[in-house]
Ligand binder design. Structure first.
Ligand code: SOE
Length: 392
């Protein structure tokens, strides 16, 4: 492996740590044209970023992201901050000629995402690459599902059924965190997890969402402003002072797809007992696939062309060397976990620097943002059917 690829990671909470782990692990399992090296960690609070830098063994830390994106010795800016910082950091990094990897959803609004795509077009013409972290595309089972659809094994796609269910907000006294503030996160369950479903559904079906009819709901309108924020939800005393939750707790919508499919989507962080049930089922004229991330190494496949008496959903263990990514890992397919998606993502990103640009890029992620926007608009109009605004 030749040259190093020097990465600055901005943000060091859950996603920052997942990315750092992945940058480190990728070259151990994938043969890459350049060796990624997390050279710098950026955070807002000096003491906290120093502590994280020392724990995660990053040689340098900073609180000045603008100075970092302008540094000559940094090749990649990896944005793991809340959504309200994405546009500003990405645009400055692209202007400085960096490759930019940005967590999902791309931005908090369509206007910000459009600005990012505009900056990306100019920078990409000069050699920069952009990428948005819809990490579930790197799940072997979902990559296999896409392959099946592309090969025509499902026939004409009729139904797309997506649910993303978590439960870390079920406790009404879990404290207010940035994921519950519209100004910081853009939206709630819709953008945080529903965005993954929108991306996966469009990517795997090969069809884009043309219009939606939706409802959004907030179950717990205020939460304690202080408390223990360990994990995603955390705990607080019910007598603590409370502040407003300004995002949706649950999102549900139906959708029409460009190729004639219809979709039903649901996203919530209140589905008690569902820890990370990112589910997708697609029914076509020839077959169906079904997936649940809680069993991420499996893909259910029904082939309508099997003998009638032998028909039924079969469970494919997506861990064989013939399956996406699996040949890079353990010899006899022992299976993978959540962190490995990010390893795949970083490996694909580094490999793509010497090849075709990796998808989803910022332009693809803007398409997801437009769908999120239509969902919010429809909900604000009592579920009125709302075409996705593409301005074409
Ligand atoms: C929290 O809901 C979260 O961490 C999301 O922000 C991630 O995108 C998802 O992969 C896991 O859950």
């Amino acid at each position: 492996m030749s040259e190093h690829l020097r990465v600055a990671v901005i943000g060091h909470a859950f996603m920052g740590a997942a990315h750092i782990h992945a940058w480190r692990t990728a070259p151990q399992f994938f043969d890459l044209p350049r060796r990624p090296e997390v050279a710098l960690l950026v955070g807002r609070d000096e003491a906290r970023v120093r502590e994280a830098g020392s724990r995660l063994e990053i040689p340098e830390t900073s609180t000045d992201w603008l100075a970092v994106v302008q540094r000559e010795d940094i090749d990649v800016i990896d944005i793991c901050t809340p959504g309200d910082r994405h546009a500003e950091i990405a645009c400055a990094a692209l202007e400085a000629g960096k490759h930019v990897l940005c967590e999902k959803p791309l931005a908090n609004t369509v206007a910000e995402a459009e600005r990012m795509v505009q900056a990306a077009r100019t920078a990409e013409a000069a050699g920069s690459r952009t990428f948005c972290g819809f990490s579930y595309r790197r799940t072997p089972a979902l990559a296999l599902a896409r392959r099946f659809v592309e090969e025509g094994r499902l026939g004409e796609i009729r139904h797309v059924r997506a649910q993303y269910l978590q439960d870390w907000l079920s406790d009404a006294d879990a404290p207010l965190t940035w994921r519950l503030e519209k100004e910081k996160a853009g939206s709630g369950s819709l953008g945080d997890i529903g965005a993954h479903s929108v991306d996966a559904a469009q990517w795997i079906s090969g069809q884009r969402i043309e219009g939606v009819s939706s409802l959004l709901h907030t179950f717990v309108p205020t939460r304690p402003i202080s408390g223990d924020r360990a994990g995603l939800g955390g705990t607080a005393s019910s007598s603590a002072e409370r502040g407003p939750v300004t995002v949706d707790d649950a999102a549900a919508f139906t959708a029409r797809f460009s190729g004639g499919a219809v979709g039903v989507f649901e996203a919530t962080r209140y589905a008690l007992g569902r820890r990370n049930a990112n589910r997708l089922e697609i029914n076509g004229s020839l077959g169906s696939i079904a997936f649940d991330f809680e069993r991420m190494n499996e893909l259910q496949h029904f082939d309508g062309r099997d003998d009638q008496e032998a028909q039924g959903f079969r469970t494919i263990q997506v861990t064989d060397v013939v399956h996406p990514y699996a040949d890079h890992w353990w010899p006899v397919g022992h299976g993978l976990g959540y962190g490995d998606l990010f390893v795949h993502q970083m490996a694909d990103f580094v490999a793509s620097l010497e090849a075709e640009p990796l998808r989803p890029d910022f332009a693809d992620a803007l398409e997801v943002q437009r769908v999120l926007d239509a969902v919010e608009l429809s909900a604000a109009q009592d579920s009125r059917y709302t075409p996705v605004q593409r301005g074409e």
